[in-house]
Write a protein that binds this ligand. Structure first.
Ligand SMILES: Nc1ncnc2c1ncn2[C@@H]1O[C@H](COP(=O)(O)OP(=O)(O)O)[C@@H](O)[C@H]1O
Ligand SMILES: [Mg+2]
Length: 350
């Protein structure tokens, strides 16, 4: 089976140094897929190969069933948006949006109609005659999106389009991008190093590290069942407690003098020193769950909707994320406390 966009064994070397190795991905029509990973992991290089700016060292790229591996960028029907707005400063908003249509020699009336349609789509109907420097960063990025969409591309590629914007504008535009993508049902690849962005926007996320695909899956799956230690720690906050395996078959572990149980598979033998992983939101400051540890509060950080509490426990430290509420009594550093977490919420990494 091959998808609407298909990458098979796609690899890229620069002067013998591997930037992307063996990338395999099938993207369905209308799907929104993110490439997520730290700087330098090969996201942009992969996107540029899809766009045609960079030929792969080996492998095949297909779009709508056609082999486009070595097709020139302007012969692939692809729209692209970059981090920097890259609008033409000497052209109005309308002229910017019309640019691709003009290159394709679309006639005047059809062009104006399309530009008006796109200005409505991005909610900037009254900015047609404005110049880019008269717009905010967020508005400029909307225009860049409209310009990319004007030619009715088969595929939309976005490379960190929100990175240069302020937090509030970033959140608004993130929602806008998703709305527009759904409305047009356009197949989209979105590159980001921001895990929250990838989780919030995507149908599926490809987590990348050092040129390799670490895991491909739906956001819920990636976050709750990370396939590797890298994915677990890159996507979201994570606790890592050193423990000793007591009985792998029964899921029994020990942290210092405390007994711990997990329902997930333990592949290491009895006596092995391993890490026990769990999300901070699974940890509570009481003895409610089946794994209970005695501890001392080390620090309390008020983050608004959550309160992050670090607790020293036998053999290590656990972070608990508590939901804020107005009647919450904040713990204080030095307090003796219990922490607990359910046996189904923790897993072992060798
Ligand atoms: N034109 C190039 N020449 C040489 N090396 C490059 C070139 N483009 C990217 N690289 C290298 O490839 C790797 C991946 O880069 P890139 O795809 O830009 O990562 P990301 O977008 O994930 O930050 C990096 O090590 C980078 O230095
Ligand atoms: Mg990049």
């Amino acid at each position: 089976m091959s998808g609407f966009l298909s990458l098979q064994g796609v690899r890229k070397e620069f002067n013998g140094v591997v930037a992307v190795e063996s990338f395999n991905l099938e993207v369905e029509p209308g799907e929104f897929v993110s490439f997520l990973g730290p700087s330098g992991c090969g996201k942009t290089t992969t996107l540029r190969m899809v766009a045609g700016f960079e030929p792969p060292t080996s492998g095949t790229i297909r779009l709508a069933g056609e082999d486009v591996t070595y097709t020139k960028p302007n012969e692939r029907n692809i729209g692209m948006v970059f981090q920097s707005y890259a609008l033409f400063p000497n052209m109005t908003v309308a002229e910017n949006i019309a640019f691709g249509l003009r290159v394709r020699k679309e006639e005047g009336a059809a062009r104006s109609e399309r530009v008006a349609e796109l200005l409505d789509l991005i909610h900037l109907p009254d900015k047609a005659k404005a110049y880019p420097n008269e717009l905010s960063g967020g508005q400029q990025q909307r225009v860049a999106l409209a310009r990319a969409l004007a030619i009715r591309p088969q595929l939309l590629l976005l490379d960190e389009p929100l990175s240069a914007l302020d937090a509030k504008i970033r959140d608004d535009l993130r929602a806008e991008i998703r709305r527009i993508q759904r409305q047009l049902n356009i197949t989209t690849i979105y590159v980001t190093h921001d895990q929250e962005e990838a989780l919030a926007l995507s149908d599926r996320v490809v987590v990348m590290s050092k040129g390799r695909m670490e895991q491909v899956g739906e956001p819920f799956e990636i976050y709750n069942n990370p396939a590797t230690g890298f994915v677990a720690s890159f996507v979201g906050q994570l606790n890592r407690l050193p423990v000793t395996v007591v009985d792998p078959a029964l899921g029994r572990l020990r942290a210092g003098r405390s007994e711990i149980r997990t329902t997930s598979l333990i592949e290491s033998p009895e006596g092995a020193e391993v890490s026990l992983m769990m999300r901070p939101e699974e940890v509570t400051l009481d003895a409610e769950e089946d794994n209970v540890l005695e501890g001392t509060v080390e620090s309390v950080t008020f983050l608004g909707s959550i309160v992050r509490v670090q607790v020293a426990v036998d053999g290590g430290r656990l972070t608990a994320d508590l939901f804020n509420e107005r009647l919450l009594e904040l713990p204080v550093a030095g307090d003796a406390t219990q922490v607990s977490f359910p046996s189904h919420a923790c897993w072992v990494l060798a």
